[in-house]
Structure formats: structure tokens, C-alpha cells
Design a protein around this ligand. Structure first.
Ligand code: DGY
Length: 325
């Protein structure tokens, strides 16, 4: 008999078909976002699950699921997993890294350009029928070319963002848990390693690309926003919770920074509605990796992980992107 798995959210039909070759699959093509109680009920008797960041795999859930052996996230981020609890319960975890690096970097740039050059704000104004003449000072914003880009979180996506800045003649400063090697720094547009505070003081545009974990909670709060230039922009393509959204709203409202571009929010999708009252913010619904090809690649990578971990026919099958220590 094939091992039973849950695909916890809707997914590309061809990926479902691939999984069905190896597993007894319970799909969720209606894309119901399960409550913790519903998720536990759906996972009863399953050995594996393909999840997205909306599924919390924590100790309360694991205690109810002695048969569960593996959870594969269709995401590079895995802050929805309690990794230590999974390890204790013998549950293997995987994510879907790398396949989304370039697409997410493209989107970081899209948000940066839209935010600095006020693309969505001016489009809303035009659509509202307010465009009656050209004026020298309509929608002035900071330049992107020739400016200083500060990247917090210089992993593979951060480095891909830095490489793109070469075409804009930018200086790159970065802050990361550990410093990159000399060759990596050179490849990332000669990025210069600085403290977080120095980065916030120097950067014209601050880009957040770090993973969420308890120590990165509110990496950007009131104190950090106060260090930024009043002309600076803040771009978040990382995770909600890395920015203190209440502090950011206050800073944007008081024009303590020029603008922000946000793809992720605290408590998303129920984000702070005060953002909607501000003109100087570009808001997108967590779509940084959402190119057709990349989302397919992420889904396939999550499926590859489940197949390697649970259907290899070997007792010591392991996911390709195995996360447990
Ligand atoms: C990721 O891969 O972590 C994206 O943010 C989608 O969740």
C-alpha cells in the first residue's frame, strides 16, 4: 500500500498527479485554509504532508499525530515549523530553497522601484481622474541609480538582489549574521559588511531579506526607523514580524522615512488596516516568488522532498532539503 499524505493547500494539478504515483493523496484543491483543529483531523493517519507557510506545525499538533514522519514546506521560509519539536517527535522537515532566489530578487527590485518612484501611488491618482496637467513637482521621489542600497540578510536572495544593483551603479552595504567571503562580496557588487546601525544610517534604500526566527522579531522597530534617512525607503520581501508594523505606520505617517514597499505583514493576511490610509506605501499580497515557473518549481521541489523522504523505498530515506539538525 502507498503511504498516505495530505496536500494541505491547493497545488498545480500536475504536481498532485506526480505525488499520486507514489502516495495515497488527500488533496485540498478547494484551498480551504484549515484551522489547527481541522489540520490535526486531516493529518490523522497520514505519514506526510505538503504544506505552505499557513500551516503551523507545532508541538500541540505533533502530539496528536504519532504516525506523521515528514512535512515538506512549499516555501523557503519555515518559521511555521517548530523544528525542535519536529525533531523530538521524529518528524523530518524540508523547505524549497534556491528555486525562488532570482524571482524573489526580481520582485524585491520591482517593489523598490515602485516605492521610490511612486508608481502605484501615481497610478491610483491617475485612475481617480485627478490628472489634468503635468507639473514639475508631481510625484517627486528619490533616485534609485547611484544611491546606496542596504541589504539586511545577505543569503542567496540578498546576494541576487545585490548583483542586480550593478546595473544601477549603486553602492551596496549589508548586514548579516555572518560576513560573506571575499569572493562572494565581490560577486554581490562589492558589498561592504557594516553593522545594522551603520547600514540604516547610510542606506538610501533598505531591503529586508532575512529569515524570520525569534531573534529577528522586530529587527526594524521605532529605534531603527529613527536611524534611517528621512528620504529613505524600506522594502520587506522577507517575513511579517521582522518589521514592527505599528512603528512603521507611525514613521510613514510622520514622514520620518519617505516610503515603504511591503510584500509581507504581521498577522497576514489580516494586516494592519492603517496601512491603507497611507499614500507612501506600496502593498502587495506576499507574491515575491509568484512567477509561473518559480511557483511550479517550488511545488515540484516540495514533492521531490516528500518522494525522497518517504517513497524512496529505503528505510533511511531523507528529503533533499532536510532541515532538522
Ligand atoms: C517563501 O518561500 O518563504 C515565500 O515567502 C512563500 O511563503
Amino acid at each position: 500500500m502507498k503511504p498516505a499524505i495530505l496536500v494541505a493547500r491547493a497545488i498545480f494539478p500536475e504536481v498532485l498527479s506526480r505525488l499520486e504515483e507514489y502516495f495515497e493523496v488527500e488533496p485540498n484543491q478547494d484551498d480551504v485554509v484549515f484551522t489547527p483543529v481541522e489540520l490535526a483531523a486531516k493529518l490523522k493517519g497520514k505519514v506526510g504532508a505538503l504544506t505552505t507557510a499557513s500551516a503551523k506545525i507545532n508541538i500541540e499538533l505533533l502530539q496528536q499525530l504519532p504516525e506523521l514522519k515528514m512535512v515538506a514546506n512549499m516555501a523557503v521560509g519555515y518559521d511555521n515549523f517548530d523544528l525542535a519539536a519536529c525533531t523530538t517527535h521524529g518528524v523530518m522537515d524540508s523547505n524549497s530553497p534556491d528555486v525562488l532566489n532570482e524571482t524573489t530578487a526580481d520582485f524585491g527590485w520591482a517593489l523598490l522601484m515602485a516605492t521610490a518612484r511612486r508608481v502605484t501611488e501615481s497610478e491610483h491618482w491617475l485612475r481617480a481622474g485627478q490628472w489634468t496637467k503635468w507639473r514639475y513637482d508631481y510625484f517627486l521621489g528619490p533616485d534609485v541609480h547611484g544611491s546606496t542600497l542596504g541589504i539586511i540578510g545577505m543569503g542567496r536572495i540578498g546576494q541576487a538582489i545585490a548583483r542586480r544593483s550593478m546595473g544601477f551603479d549603486m553602492k551596496v552595504v549589508y548586514y548579516n549574521r555572518s560576513r560573506l567571503g571575499t569572493e562572494q562580496e565581490a560577486y554581490a557588487n562589492n558589498a561592504e559588511y557594516v553593522s545594522k546601525e551603520e547600514l540604516l544610517r547610510q542606506a538610501d534604500h533598505v531591503m529586508l531579506v532575512l529569515p524570520y526566527f525569534p531573534a529577528s522579531h522586530h529587527t526594524i522597530g521605532e529605534a531603527e526607523l529613527a536611524l534611517m534617512k528621512p528620504t529613505a525607503t524600506l522594502i520587506n520581501v522577507a517575513r511579517g514580524g521582522i518589521v514592527d508594523d505599528v512603528a512603521l505606520i507611525a514613521a510613514l505617517r510622520a514622514k520620518r522615512i519617505a516610503a515603504a514597499g511591503l510584500d509581507v505583514f504581521e498577522n497576514e493576511p489580516k494586516f494592519n488596516p492603517d496601512f491603507l490610509t497611507l499614500q507612501n506605501v506600496v502593498l502587495t499580497p506576499h507574491i515575491a516568488s509568484a512567477s509561473e515557473a518559480t511557483r511550479r518549481a517550488m511545488a515540484n521541489r516540495a514533492a521531490d522532498n516528500l518522494i525522497a523522504g518517504l517513497a524512496s523505498g529505503k528505510a533511511d530515506g531523507r528529503p533533499l532539503d532536510w532541515l532538522n539538525p
